[in-house]
Write a protein that binds this ligand. Sequence first.
Ligand SMILES: CC[C@H](C(=O)O)C(=O)SCCNC(=O)CCNC(=O)[C@H](O)C(C)(C)COP(=O)(O)OP(=O)(O)OC[C@H]1O[C@@H](n2cnc3c(N)ncnc32)[C@H](O)[C@@H]1OP(=O)(O)O
Length: 311
Amino acid sequence: MVLCALRQQVLRCSSHCRTWARLPQRQRSGCVYSSIHGFNQDEIKEKLQAFHGGSIDLLKQDSGIAVLTINNPSRMNAFSGSMMIDLEERVSQLENWPEGKGLIVQGAAETFCSGSDLNAVRAISNQQDGMKMCMFMQNALTRLLRLPLISVALVEGRALGGGAELTTACDFRLMEAGSVIQFDHKHMGLVPGWGGAARLVHLVGSQNALKLLGGAVKVDPELGVNIGLVDGVLEGHQKTEGAAPLLQQAENWLSRYTKGPAPVIQAVKKVVLSGRELPLSEALRTEKDIFGTVWGAPANLEALASKSKHK
Ligand SMILES: CC[C@H](C(=O)O)C(=O)SCCNC(=O)CCNC(=O)[C@H](O)C(C)(C)COP(=O)(O)OP(=O)(O)OC[C@H]1O[C@@H](n2cnc3c(N)ncnc32)[C@H](O)[C@@H]1OP(=O)(O)O
């Protein structure tokens, strides 16, 4: 009986994936929850809007690398309800940025983010509203991870609770020496709700994920690199004479992977996304379709023209 139920679940999932792959990009990018799951975006936005404070600031640069700043320094960059709405709107802006190639997510005032604003959490502590907030943030963070941009979470200070989950919604994580990522939900009698557990298992494996969540382990840069959660350690410029500002160091790191025409860099992210999320056959078909968007496109033709000169 159990096997039959599991098979049904797998079939439902794979049909969902097939459906996912055929959905228009906009829907695919945010298809975790919709009205069929009882999710009403406008209803939850109205509730979240009641909890003001802070902002999510977006700077789109001519280099094609954008900077998204979690900005609520008086609350260690905790997410108020209005900041959750800001985040979703900034992700929409980035989904529609043809020149975009990269994204750095950082916190203001030399710290990353201390999760949900506990004042908001206290006010929406009933189960229904809590789950609606989670659905809203899971949609927003899934769309963030699925942006056709190569993204980096730049961690200074502390990334706690939902802030730790936010780091997993980026392709890479860079940590300043001395900074900490801590999934401290257990101390709140909680587990991750913004999708951080599911993404953490993919990043570090289920055993390491169990340790980080079960032990509310303080992940320093060395541990983060060792378990595969962290992709680089940066020297804070206050601590190291002559070191460039952290954001500049992060941009230098990211620019190694975003050099080139935006359509090509965006196609790179899309083919990796489909390999990461879709069953093999679907991923191969998606890869073929994405290949078709760059084959014979301007960047390809220019490269061919320049190569033909090297006889
Ligand atoms: C799914 C996500 C999940 C959920 O929503 O269920 C969560 O994210 S739950 C929240 C998880 N986050 C935390 O548990 C972190 C709570 N904050 C702290 O542990 C400390 O504030 C810390 C370690 C971040 C900083 O400690 P420190 O002593 O250096 O400073 P203060 O504690 O005095 O903090 C300064 C100032 O910021 C306010 N603050 C900090 N974090 C939050 C927060 N998450 N929500 C609201 N306000 C926060 C703190 O109250 C202080 O304000 P003040 O007015 O000066 O008292």
